[in-house]
Design a protein around this ligand. Structure first.
Ligand code: ATP
Length: 377
């Protein structure tokens, strides 16, 4: 069973063929996914792809049109939000302004008893400690920064000791620096509690930074569900490659496929495989580039093929496949400069330390290009 974790327990949250329609629109379209116990799972994707609706279905604010949602193996159909043991934090989950921070957090306890042997005040103090605001109990929420307010909102959501934490763009109202700090804190709080968390963001960088696994959504359906590294380095589709990171996605025609024969004692016999790696020679706009072909990927001469090369794998005047390109624009980012090049009408993005100008030769090795598919879908 691919949805059970290694312990064989049912997943903490499971969506099984879940669809939510509003009139003719399927906001969520036949989604099946499983979130493991203790996992930080993120739904990421462009506006309107169904992230919030998915989260609202899990929270119980909406019921699916079709399909089933299970918590730890049990259907939650018809179970109202307050009985689902979920803590929810929204983008602008305003704190109650007429209550102190401590009272706000304590409000979360109105729906549940504090753990045995712990007083209400102790529990509030514990929660404020957890979100790193130990001295804020008597303060007015409005005297806190946006990031601090969101941490109080998190403490309030966590007060009843929910099994599941649902966060919908909790940082999107904050400025970039605050978001970066807060996401580290959110992740730390989540790991300390080992609480299963479903997080919604449209920010791919945030998703990669914070998650154990990411579901990249498109038109109501996850297009790829995988750990951040995999989504980034081995995007399963052109859409994922373009949504996550700088794209450098190219389509070409396979002119030749080399290698792939069983090793004959010479050549490649490292621990991984006895096969020589297959390399596809791909024609892109009249230039031939060499791209490694993953195991099990069928590629024949004549096929159309799509691949991506992340900017940090592109090198200047180095690499097996090289192309000539012209600098179009550069953004200084501090540690690196992100340079957009024009390569025969295609954008090619590189990151460099040294400034570039005019014409440059850019190259990469076959294994640094990731094959997306033979149809470019
Ligand atoms: P955003 O990042 O902009 O919030 P999202 O990925 O969270 O987007 P949803 O809010 O889940 O997307 O919306 C998915 C689709 O469903 C959109 O086309 C939206 O217009 C539609 N939709 C969502 N809620 C409703 C509703 N209550 N009534 C009608 N249509 C809705």
């Amino acid at each position: 069973d691919p949805t059970a974790d290694s312990t064989g327990d049912p997943p903490a949250v499971e969506l099984d063929g879940v669809t939510k329609r509003y009139g003719d629109t399927a906001a969520v379209d036949d989604v099946s996914l499983a979130v493991r116990e203790g996992e930080f799972f993120t739904l990421v994707g462009p506006s309107g792809c169904g992230k919030t609706t998915t989260l609202r279905l899990i929270a119980g604010f909406e019921e699916p049109t079709a399909g089933e949602i299970r918590f730890a193996g049990d259907s939650v159909a018809g179970v109202p939000p307050e009985e689902r043991d979920v803590g929810v934090v929204f983008q602008n989950y305003a704190l109650f302004p007429h209550m102190t921070v401590g009272e706000n957090v304590g409000y979360g306890l109105n729906f549940a008893d504090p753990p045995e042997g712990v007083s209400r005040d102790e529990r509030v103090a514990e929660l404020l400690e957890l979100v790193d605001l130990p001295d804020a109990a008597d303060r007015d929420p409005e005297s806190l920064s946006g990031g601090q307010q969101q941490r109080v909102a998190m403490a309030r959501a966590l007060a009843p000791g929910p099994d599941l934490l649902l966060l919908d763009e909790p940082m999107s109202a904050l400025d970039a620096r605050l978001r970066e700090r807060l996401r580290v804190q959110v992740r730390k709080i989540q790991s300390e509690l080992s609480i299963t968390t479903v997080y919604v963001t449209h920010d791919q960088e945030e998703a990669l930074a914070i998650s154990d696994r990411v579901a990249v959504m498109r038109d109501g359906t996850p297009e790829q569900i995988a750990p951040p590294r995999t989504v980034y380095r081995e995007p399963s589709s052109r859409f994922v490659a373009e949504f996550v990171g700088d794209n450098n996605v190219f389509a070409g025609r396979v002119v030749d496929v080399e290698g792939g024969e069983a090793g004959d004692g010479g050549g490649a016999d490292d621990a991984e495989s006895n096969d020589t790696p297959r390399i596809a020679a791909v024609d892109v706009g009249g230039e031939t580039l060499r791209v490694a072909v993953g195991e099990g990927v069928g590629v024949e001469p004549g096929d159309r093929l799509t691949f991506c090369v992340r900017p940090e794998y592109l090198r200047i005047d180095e690499g097996e496949s090289r192309v000539l390109a012209t600098v179009e624009s550069a953004e200084f980012l501090g540690e690196t400069t992100r340079v957009t090049l024009d390569w025969g009408g295609r954008d090619l993005v590189v990151r460099t330390r040294d400034p570039l100008s005019g014409e440059v030769v850019v190259g990469f090795d076959p294994e640094d290009a990731h094959l997306i598919g033979s149809d470019g879908a």
